[in-house]
Every structure is written in C-alpha cells, then in structure tokens.
Design a protein. Structure first.
Length: 155
C-alpha cells in the first residue's frame, strides 16, 4: 500500500511540477506618463493579481529604453527631463510606486545602457533596483529565450 501511495504522489507531483509560472517582458519605450501608469504600474499589478488568484506567480521583467529613461532617474530635476512639468510635479509619488513594483511585486527592471550617454545619464543617476545591460536588444533576447512573453509599451 505504501508503494502505491508513494507512486501516486510522485505521478501527481510530476504532473504539476512541469507546469511553469507565466512570464512576461515589457518592452518599455514610451515617454507618456499616462501610458506608463496604465500599462506598467496598473497593468502589472492587475496581471499579477489575476495569476495569484489562479495560484500562479507571474514573473515580470521590464526592459527600459527610448523615452522611458525619465521614469527611472534618482533626481528628475538634474536631468534632461527637468522641463517635463507634469513629470516633475508627480515624480516623488511616481518614484515610490515604481520602487514598490520592484520590492512588493518583484518586477525586474532592466535598462539599455547604450543610449544612457545620449540622455546624459550615468549609473549613479539611475535608481538602485534597475539593472543596466549593454543594450535593450540583449535584454529582450535574454528574456525571450528564458520563455518570457513579449509585450511592447510604446507611444
């Protein structure tokens, strides 16, 4: 009887063990704050909750490039983005929400290092939880080869 029980546990475990958690990588290039908030801040939270209610954990990565650099700087007023009045006005709260995405929701943020110079940014200017890779293509290739579904967030 013990052998049958052990066999059943192994079979059931193998059946459920093969089921991987869903994964998504957002290709974030938008500079539009409303679109960023809708697709990243609210969208990821909603999607994470959906999968959790189905007893799955959604793995999320966001590859940052294009106009999206502005959302991940430490001090908005010392960057090229200081003239974006709406962003400057809302940046303190926005920065907290983005940090929460990293801490609470375990979102991995990956930034393209290739265009940082063009945006007059260095590693010290970027929030700590963002990982910098040589370019966005490498970040996207790596994540898609790890089985992440691709979703663009553009202007």
């Amino acid at each position: 009887m013990k052998k049958i029980l052990i066999f059943l546990v192994l079979i059931i475990g193998a059946a459920f063990g093969d089921e991987e958690n869903p994964k998504v990588v957002y290709d974030l290039t938008t500079s539009n704050m409303a679109k960023f908030e809708k697709n990243i801040l609210k969208g990821i939270t909603y999607n994470k909750s959906h999968y959790e209610s189905n007893l799955k954990e959604l793995e999320v990565a966001v590859v940052i490039h294009g106009g999206a650099y502005r959302f991940f700087v430490k001090d908005i007023k010392s960057t090229l983005f200081k003239d974006d009045k709406k962003l400057v006005q809302n940046y303190k709260e926005l920065k907290k929400r983005i940090a929460s995405m990293s801490d609470t929701y375990e979102v991995e943020f990956i930034m393209c290092g290739a265009a940082m110079k063009r945006n007059k940014l260095e590693k010290k200017d970027i929030v700590e939880f963002v990982k910098i890779v040589p370019n966005s293509t490498i970040g996207l290739i790596d994540k898609q080869n790890e089985g992440f579904a691709y979703i663009p967030v553009r202007d």
